[in-house]
Design a protein around this ligand. Structure first.
Ligand SMILES: [Cu+2]
Length: 243
């Protein structure tokens, strides 16, 4: 995967493997039966399955098969939901939920965040988090580091290809941030491509987004993923990560 996002890589790989297995099973079954059960009578179609228009062919019914193909995919979906639960609960953790990121850091305190667990169970845990703000408006992002030290959070701007001059958010490796977000006009949604997270920003309402800048997070673009008018496609920003 090109998105260097350890948090979802394991889950992604797991889903791809399951999709491959399901595809191989389904298409093998489909092609096998398409060829195996072809009529061997050439052009003579004398209704070998005794199908009558408007009548359900009960004589071909197989209860065991019906139950199997209903129950098996259902169990698979329950399993996939189960394994996605922890990573999703972590990404969407409410602000007052101290399970994953503790409480707001005191001055000088560090989040010391880390990726815990392996594969599809990987989540980010932090000792505490820093609060900053993101505001969206047509068609620019505004970052506000509030009271945070510049070493933890800083802003600047940069000119990049295609997008022109965009705001840059400087965050520190190993730190976890809680972005409190709002919009000054329509709905937007910052998408931190490398973190694999996004959330809507709404007019007159606050939403929040955890930015878990774990060790090894690289610089990345931030895009708007909620269509917001003419310049939506170039409503970008940069996340710059330092150690
Ligand atoms: Cu937009």
């Amino acid at each position: 995967m090109t998105i260097q996002n350890a948090l979802f890589d394991g889950l992604w790989d797991y889903y791809i493997w399951i999709s491959l297995l399901v595809s191989i099973f389904t298409f093998t079954w489909l092609y096998h039966h398409s060829f195996w059960y072809r009529s061997d009578k050439g052009g003579e179609h004398d209704n070998p399955d005794e199908i009558e228009v408007g009548v359900f062919p009960k004589h071909n019914d197989d209860m065991k098969l019906e139950v199997a193909w209903t129950v098996a995919p259902f169990l698979l979906i329950v399993w996939l939901t189960y394994i996605s639960w922890l990573p999703l609960a972590s990404v969407w953790a409410p602000v007052d939920d101290a399970d994953f990121h503790g409480y707001e850091c005191e001055e000088g305190e560090s989040s010391n965040n880390a990726l815990v667990g392996e594969g599809y169970n990987a989540i980010v845990e932090s000792e505490c988090y820093h609060v900053m703000e993101i505001t969206g408006k047509q068609w620019v992002w505004q970052f506000d580091c509030l009271e945070l030290a510049t070493e933890l959070c800083d802003t600047s701007s940069e000119t990049i290809e295609v997008y022109g001059t965009v705001p840059v958010l400087h965050l520190k490796e190993g730190e976890t941030y809680l972005a409190i977000m709002t919009s000054e006009d329509v709905t937007h949604a910052p998408w931190f491509l490398g973190l694999g997270t996004k959330e809507d920003v709404l007019y007159g309402q606050d939403t929040s987004l955890w930015l878990t800048v774990v060790e090894g997070t690289s610089d990345q673009i931030i895009l708007c993923t909620e269509y917001c008018g003419d310049a939506h496609s170039v409503m970008a920003a940069m996340l710059n990560v330092h150690s």
